[in-house]
Write a protein that binds this ligand. Structure first.
Ligand SMILES: Cc1cc2nc3c(=O)[nH]c(=O)nc-3n(C[C@H](O)[C@H](O)[C@H](O)COP(=O)(O)OP(=O)(O)OC[C@H]3O[C@@H](n4cnc5c(N)ncnc54)[C@H](O)[C@@H]3O)c2cc1C
Length: 407
C-alpha cells in the first residue's frame, strides 16, 4: 500500500478507537493503522492487573477479534514504526524505509516509559510495565524463581504491580521519591489509605527516598538509595511515568513540548494531522481550561471519537468528563473529574471499612471524586462534577444522603 485516506500511527487504545469511530460515522475511505508492537490492538490496563496476575490470558485482552478489523476494512501494519513525517508532502516514513501518503493523519502513539538517569536499558530483571512484552519478560523471571521485587514509583501502575507481585508471593518494596504515593493524582487521604493497605498486605512502602542507582552485572542485583541503603532485588520495576512519543511530530514542526499541542478538535498545528490519547496536550474544561495530558482509556477513546467525527465532517469540541479506575487487592477505585488544584476535601464513609469516597472541592465547587468500593457515589457523583455543584461540605459527608441530592 502506498497511500491511505487516513493513516493512524499507533495501534493502541486511541488508534483502534479512531479507526472504529471513523467507520461508525460513515467514513468510506481507506484506513491504515501502523503499530510498533507486534500484537493487534489490546487493552493496556490489565497488564499491571489481571494479566500480570495470570487471571486473564492475552487473547481476552484483544480489543476486537481479528475478523472485525478485516470486516471493517481497517488495514494494519504491525511491528513497524513511523520515524518521520513530511507535513507538506503529507507522507510518513516507516522505520524500514518506505513512505506512505495520507490525506489525514491521526497520531496515537502514547508514550515510552520514563527511565531513571543512568539506567542501563540492558540490565536483565529491570522492567517497565507498558507492553505485553514487558510483562511477559517479568512473568518468565517470576517462573524462574525471582523472589524479591523493588518497585520504583508510587503511582497507579507501581501500586497495582506491587499488589499483584505480593499476591504472587514475592517480597515487595515500593519506593516513592515524594512524601506520599499518588501525590500527583490524588489527595492526602487517598494516599494514606493506599499506603496503609499495601503495608497491611506486607509491602514495604518507603516514601521520600531517592534512588541513586540500579545495581547489577548483566542482571539486576539491587537498588541503591541516596540515603545509603542497598535493597537486594531479583526484579525491579521502574514505574515513573511516560515520555510522550511525539519525536517525529515535533521534528516535522508541530507545536508542543510535553506531548503535542492539539486544539478542541484534536488537531495539531500541522495541516490535517490530529493527535489523540496520552500524547495529546489539550486545554481541558475539567482543569479550568489548563493544558493537560491525560493518561486514561477514557481520554484516548473519547479523543479518538472526536478526531474521527471531525474527519467525517461532524466536528464536536472535546469536552468529555474525565474518568479513571484502578484495581488493587479487592479495592476498586473509580475516579471522576480532575482533582488537581483542589483546596478542600470531604471524606464520605469510613476508610477503615474500606468503602469510602474523597470529594474534592475548589472554591466551593465539586471538581472530582475518588470512590473506593463506592460504586453508587461514583455513579451519582459524576453529575456533581459536571455541574460544578456547590454543596455544603458538612452535608456531603453524610452517607445517609445520596449524592444525587446535591447535583
Ligand atoms: C500497565 C498500565 C495500566 C493502566 N491502567 C489503566 C487503568 O486502570 N485505567 C485507565 O483508564 N488507564 C490505564 N492505563 C492508561 C491507558 O492504558 C492509556 O492511557 C491508554 O493506553 C492510552 O492510549 P493511547 O492510544 O494514547 O496509547 P497506547 O495505548 O499506549 O498506544 C500507543 C501505541 O503506539 C505505538 N507507537 C508509539 N510510537 C510509534 C511509532 N512511531 N510508530 C508506530 N507505533 C508507535 C506504541 O508502541 C503503542 O502500541 C494504564 C496503562 C498501563 C501501561
Amino acid at each position: 500500500m502506498e497511500q491511505a485516506d487516513v493513516v493512524i500511527v499507533g495501534a493502541g487504545h486511541g488508534g483502534a478507537q479512531a479507526a472504529l469511530a471513523l467507520r461508525q460515522h460513515g467514513f468510506e475511505g481507506s484506513i491504515l493503522m501502523i503499530g510498533r508492537e507486534p500484537e493487534p490492538p489490546y487493552e493496556r490496563p490489565p497488564l499491571s492487573k489481571e494479566y500480570l496476575a495470570r487471571e486473564k490470558p492475552f487473547e481476552r485482552l484483544l480489543l476486537r477479534p481479528a475478523q472485525v478489523w478485516a470486516d471493517k476494512r481497517i488495514g494494519m501494519m504491525l511491528g513497524r514504526s513511523v520515524t518521520a513525517i513530511d507535513a507538506e508532502a503529507k507522507r510518513v516514513t516507516l522505520d524500514d524505509g518506505p513512505s506512505l501518503a495520507y490525506n489525514h493523519l491521526i497520531w496515537a502513539t502514547g508514550g515510552d516509559p520514563r527511565r531513571l538517569p543512568g539506567e542501563d536499558p540492558n540490565l536483565a530483571g529491570v522492567h517497565a510495565v507498558r507492553t505485553r512484552a514487558d510483562v511477559d519478560k517479568m512473568i518468565a523471571e517470576i517462573d524462574a524463581g525471582a523472589k524479591r521485587a523493588v518497585v520504583i514509583g508510587g503511582g497507579y501502575i507501581g501500586l497495582e504491580a506491587a499488589a499483584v507481585l505480593t499476591k504472587l508471593g514475592l517480597s515487595v518494596t515500593l519506593l516513592e521519591a515524594l512524601p506520599r504515593v499518588l501525590a500527583r493524582v490524588a489527595g492526602e487521604e487517598l494516599s494514606a489509605f493506599y499506603e496503609a493497605e499495601h503495608r497491611a498486605h506486607g509491602v514495604v512502602v518507603r516514601t521520600g527516598v531517592t534512588v541513586e542507582a540500579i545495581e547489577g552485572d548483566g542482571s539486576v542485583s539491587g537498588v541503591r538509595l541516596a540515603e545509603g541503603d542497598m535493597l537486594p532485588a531479583d526484579i525491579v520495576i521502574v514505574g515513573i511515568g511516560i515520555v510522550p512519543a511525539v519525536g517525529p511530530l515535533l521534528a516535522a514542526g508541530a507545536a508542543g513540548g510535553n506531548g503535542v499541542d492539539v486544539d478542541e478538535l484534536c488537531r495539531t498545528s500541522l495541516p490535517d494531522v490530529f493527535a489523540i490519547g496520552d500524547c495529546a496536550a489539550h486545554s481541558n474544561p475539567f482543569a479550568d481550561g489548563n493544558v493537560v495530558r491525560l493518561e486514561s482509556v477514557q481520554n484516548a477513546n473519547d479523543m479518538a471519537t472526536c478526531a474521527a467525527k471531525a474527519i467525517c465532517g461532524d466536528p464536536q469540541p472535546y469536552r468529555a468528563t474525565p474518568w479513571f479506575w484502578s484495581n488493587q487487592y479487592d479495592l476498586r477505585l473509580q475516579t471522576v473529574g480532575l482533582s488537581t488544584g483542589h483546596d478542600a476535601t470531604v471524606v464520605r464513609g469510613d476508610p477503615a471499612a474500606r468503602s469510602f469516597s474523597v470529594i474534592y472541592l475548589k472554591a466551593g465547587k465539586v471538581i472530582a471524586l475518588d470512590c473506593v468500593n463506592m460504586v453508587k457515589d461514583y455513579a451519582q457523583g459524576r453529575k456533581l462534577v459536571e455541574n460544578r455543584s456547590t454543596p455544603e461540605p458538612a452535608q456531603l459527608a453524610d452517607t445517609a444522603v445520596p449524592l444525587k441530592e446535591f447535583a
